[in-house]
Design a protein around this ligand. Structure first.
Ligand code: GSH
Length: 206
C-alpha cells in the first residue's frame, strides 16, 4: 500500500488529493502527531520534507512534481496528466514551474535563517518580505501563462489543478490573487469544491 508522510496544512494535501483521484488505497502518516513517524521520515528523506511517499514496493519518492507524475503514469485512468502529448507537455511544464518558482519561496518564508549567514531579525524580515513579493508575482505569471491548461470544464481535475490549489494556500497568496487575478482566484475556489478534493482539503484546512 502507498504510505504518505505528511501533516495538516501541508503540501502532502496535493498528493493525498491525487491518490484519491487515482482511487488507490493509502495510509496517511502524520509526522507531527507521532515522534516515531518523524524519525521514520528522516530515515526515508534526509531533508525531512513532506510530501514523502513510500511506494507499495518499498521504494521512496520525494518532490511533489515527481510524485504526481509517477501517479499519473501508474494510474492513467485517473487523467492526472492529459493524454494528448502537447497538453501533457504543458501540464508537466506547469508542475515544474510551481515547484521551482513558487514552492521554494514558502521554504524561505518559513525558514529564512537557512538562507542567511547572519540571521538577525531585520535580515530575516527583509528576506521574508522579498520572498513573499516574489511568490505572489510568480503566481500572477502562472495565472497568465497556464490558465488555459487548467480544469475549466466539467472534467476531473488533474495534477496541475491539484498542486496549484494547494500551493496557493500559503503566505497570503489567495488573498493576493483575489484582487490581482480574480478569474484565477475563482477557478481555484472551484477546484476546492470538487467532490473528491473537498474532503481532503477540509482535513487539511478546517
Ligand atoms: N521540493 C519539495 C518541497 C517540499 C516542502 O518544502 N515541504 C514542506 C512542507 S509543505 C516541508 O516539508 N518543510 C519542512 C522543511 O523544509 O524542513 C517538493 O516539491 O515537494
Amino acid at each position: 500500500m502507498y504510505q504518505l508522510y505528511g501533516h495538516r496544512n501541508s503540501g502532502a494535501a496535493a498528493i493525498e488529493a491525487a491518490l484519491e483521484l487515482c482511487e488507490v488505497p493509502y495510509r496517511f502518516i502524520d509526522v507531527e502527531l507521532a515522534m516515531e513517524a518523524a524519525i521514520a521520515l528522516e530515515k526515508l528523506n534526509p531533508l525531512k520534507q513532506i510530501p514523502t511517499l513510500q511506494l507499495p514496493d518499498g521504494s521512496i519518492l520525494t518532490e511533489s512534481a515527481a510524485i504526481l507524475i509517477h501517479l499519473a503514469l501508474a494510474f492513467p485512468q485517473s487523467s492526472l496528466l492529459p493524454a494528448l502529448p502537447a497538453e501533457r507537455d504543458q501540464a508537466i511544464r506547469g508542475l515544474v514551474y510551481i515547484v521551482s518558482n513558487c514552492y521554494p519561496n514558502i521554504g524561505i518564508i518559513d525558514y529564512p535563517e537557512r538562507w542567511l549567514v547572519a540571521s538577525d531579525h531585520p535580515s530575516r524580515e527583509n528576506l521574508v518580505a522579498g520572498a513573499r513579493h516574489r511568490l505572489h508575482w510568480c503566481w500572477e505569471v502562472f495565472a497568465d501563462e497556464f490558465s488555459r491548461e487548467l480544469y475549466l470544464g466539467d472534467e476531473t481535475p488533474g495534477a496541475l489543478d491539484v498542486l496549484a490549489a494547494v500551493v496557493t494556500r500559503w503566505a497570503g497568496t489567495r488573498e493576493h490573487l483575489r484582487h490581482a487575478r480574480p478569474g484565477f482566484f475563482a477557478w481555484l475556489e472551484r477546484i476546492d469544491r470538487h467532490p473528491t478534493l473537498a474532503p481532503v482539503f477540509a482535513r487539511h484546512w478546517s
